[in-house]
Design a protein around this ligand. Sequence first.
Ligand code: IVH
Length: 389
Amino acid sequence: MNRTAAVVERIEALRNEINYHSRQYYVFDEPVIPDTEYDRLFRELQNLEAEFPQFIIADSPTQRVGDTPLAGFNEVTHSLPMLSLDNAFEEDEMGEFERRIRDRLKLDGGEKISYLAEPKLDGLAVSLRYEQGRLVLGATRGDGSRGEDVTSNVRTINAVPLKLQGNDWPPVLEVRGEVFMPREGFEALNKHARELGEKSFVNPRNAAAGSLRQLDPRLTAKRPLSFYTYGFGEVAPAPIASTQSESIYRLRHWGLPISPLQEVVTGIQECINYYLQIVQQRDTLPYDIDGVVFKVDDLNRQQQLGFISRAPRWAIAYKFPAQEEMTQVESIEFQVGRTGAITPVARLNPVFVGGVTVSNATLHNMDEVMRKDVRPGETGGGCGSYPVN
Ligand code: IVH
């Protein structure tokens, strides 16, 4: 084999290997090599591509970050609208949700309904379009009918495959999912911003939204964004399975990440149990969630149920109680810790938030007090402004 043929072969092998390791990490949560080894493979590919630029292709793992900032985002019309969800806040409302479904489907008392249950991620919705297995468009939700073309930015998110794995995907596959910023990355980003004297973000959702709407994809690439798929837009030919859970499961084999907490549950009692189980886990998850979502699993039933205004009748978001409330600062006191460290603490007009009554909030240190300009007698809200817990 001559040198060029050997290089082409090696480049191909490296791309496959790098994509395989990305999937093990992002899709299956089972990395098989340490980061340093991954970096070594990546650098070898970068070096070969630098030497032989004629073999660079758009979906090479080295080509996630473009170098041309955009003047603005183009508008895109979604091939199918991006819907929103009806909300439930109480157990009773979950019962009503199922009763409405039973009535519409004319089910008798004995027949049970299965749902695909999953956390409701607190990020922003995007649509990803794959044609012939290649990512051709990434768009924000916008008003549900029209969004913005953020393809160059979604390409920088490592959890988003540029190319689907295998060859049994439909030629047109549009998936919908949530771009979010894991808490650890958010904390690091804010720490860095504070060190530089820059404005920090209020919460991971705002940080994710701000990052995805950068005109320079090189900036987006530096933000720790991730992605989980939860649904479909245009799929041709369709369907790819007869249930929501199997359809989503097939996506995993094509390299799209889905939430590891997805579960099929049957009947409303199992929905409630799932909700309670996720409430328990909420604080230990590496990202923010604001509820759980239930979707009728059977796709024929989904079709029969259809939509009302902008939301499907076959899905519901069972939301957690709000974790941000407004209240008044009564006074600021200083606590002296065991080591002599002084911590300013706000005494609050008691407020019920996230299922508990909060009457004190740490202000961390004087820099924070000055930065947030917290003063007795004033009213503020949200963990971002006065941390109430
Ligand atoms: S399903 C047809 N599943 O919630 C169903 N949405 O209030 C449409 N979201 O815009 C959405 N996690 O940004 C669905 N597991 C999940 C979700 C989820 C977060 C967001 C999504 C959507 C909003 C609807």
